[in-house]
Design a protein around this ligand. Sequence first.
Ligand code: GLA
Ligand code: ZN
Length: 679
Amino acid sequence: MEQMVTRVRALLHGGDYNPDQWLRYPEILERDAELMKEAGCNAMSIGIFAWATLEPEEGKYNFEWLDQVIDRLYAHGIYTVLATPSAARPAWLAEKYPEVLRVNSDNRRILFSERHNHCYSSPIYREKVRAINTALAERYAHHPAVILWHISNEYGGACYCDLCKENFRKWLKEKYGTLDELNHAWWSYFWSKNYTSWDQINPPMDNGEHSLHGLIIDWKRFVTDMTVDFMKEEIEPLKKVNPDLPVTTNMMGFYEGLNYFKFKDLCDVISWDNYPDWHKGDDAELAIDTAMTHDLMRSIKPGRPFLMMESCPSAVNWKDYAKVKRPGMHELSSLQAVARGSDSVQYFQWRKGRGGFEKFHGAVVGHIGSDETREFKQVAALGERMKGLSRLTGSPFLSKAAIICDTENRWALADMRGLIKDDKGYLKEIRKHYASLFREGVNVDLIDEESDFSSYDLLIVPMLYMLRAGVAEKLKAFTANGGRLVMTYWSGIVNETDLCYLGGFPGEGLDQLCGLQQEEIDTYYPEDQNSAAIANTDETAGFEARYAITDYQEVIHPTTAKVLASYESDYVEGMPAFTVNSYGKGKVYYIAASFEQDFYTALYQNLIRDLGLKSLDVSLPEGVYMSERLLSDNTICYILQNYNTEDKIITFPREMTCLESGEKFTSLALSAYGTAFLI
Ligand code: GLA
Ligand code: ZN
């Protein structure tokens, strides 16, 4: 990553480029390089789905076209992000070695088709990928134009072939050693599932086992491990030739098929593909969700810049409604990535193909082939603006507040029966905490249970149902050392194989940390409501008198915790709904019910003030958001964005300087959809 930054010295701007689809159109390939320059592009991702062109026959490589493309672009000042082509295989490969094709959970092997659907176990697939990756590395890993490896594309899904089943059993043997241990960990005694031979164990196929949650979670862990292992094997031959050329793989935000945090050591830089539904509802609300997704991705390597590897300059053709971006939204949404720590704005795709599934997907260049389109002009305008933002390149995004958003916990909550069946509300609960902090302009990380908590002042733990080994100790140490912890209902319920903690919730000693015992949780029907009255205490200064509650309420019994709010009706009337407990040098707030948004806002406004989490005390109008990136001379760059369709005035507590124009002011009229970079 560092090497890439020093070579390019600018934010990356460009996208997926598929010259392999255009080899019969040399004039178009020539024109592309000129248009890219005109659009202010400096990096293109090449070869992502080009295996059939790179290796038209087994072992016979054809690199001349790629040499020409990379060299032509480089001559125009454009770098290459070079892909390994494993995400889609050539027909000859599938024909000769059908075992590379995935078996779906219905136990049927697919035909040669589509993409992203190979077997991760297949030794022959791994061998063929290694061969092409070796050839690519030998030819390009030291090419001055190549700045980054783009490993495969959007890894995802699982294979249920016999080989994968065998590997799953091996993985289980390594994890548990004996069937006795496995049967206990999975509570296989339930419905007489006690396994007496490893061969009896199958993944959760469509016609198979779904009642043992330990099995399902282990299967998902195994799928992640297999994918990580596959990626490791993809990277090996590349690093062998040039260990300094960084690698990334493009992820998919909240995609739940993989635990992306397990890829952290493999990726030199995190990258992801961003496709929000702009203009569907309230864009100022959607901007909170997209910021949260950027933050989740960035937090895989906390503090470090990431790359937005794909986004759409206009209409996304696979959506239910292929809506085009309204004027101004392209710049606003692209710069949001930069605001949240991205060192790039990359697109899918550079040019619309003539045929195939994605021919109507937004692109910088349309079928008309001109630079006169609105799509092209807005990309070019952004490219021009990004040239003036190169000081941001490589600048960290540092947060003093973090929310635990754990993928394995998400899996576990999704499987468990209880609470609200279809959606337990995990991400909804996380979003409430996030939205309140985000609206205040406080940087936030979204980390997982295994991350290091020690650099944060505020740690938020919503619905941490699955509390894995060692995490309770980390939470205690965090609080004892002076941290503020916010924990919600339905935390500390099961261990890592989904076995309930015995002897009281929240388990593993979190009851002592929170100073209470949880007795039961009630799930509301959609029409049910309760409320809580806020007690008059120092902790609750600035809160309203009461807040509405929906979805869930717990019955809790404080031991050492102080009550800050109590239920106002139902059989829980008068019982605590919100408490605080002192622990070591820190404090733990426990939220026993699902409160309305304003409650979280009041809580976090207090905590932000107490902990001094704001480096610039500015009050932000509704729909105006602020992020901070730290420039290399330790100056903080404040990035303000206006998601409203009218201008908004922002008044600052000190004189601010515009990073781009050098202009100074203490008050700013930020235009509709405008972005300002201030120091
Ligand atoms: C994904 C893929 C791309 C392309 C886009 C279209 O992100 O990685 O290859 O299909 O979707 O939106
Ligand atoms: Zn398989």
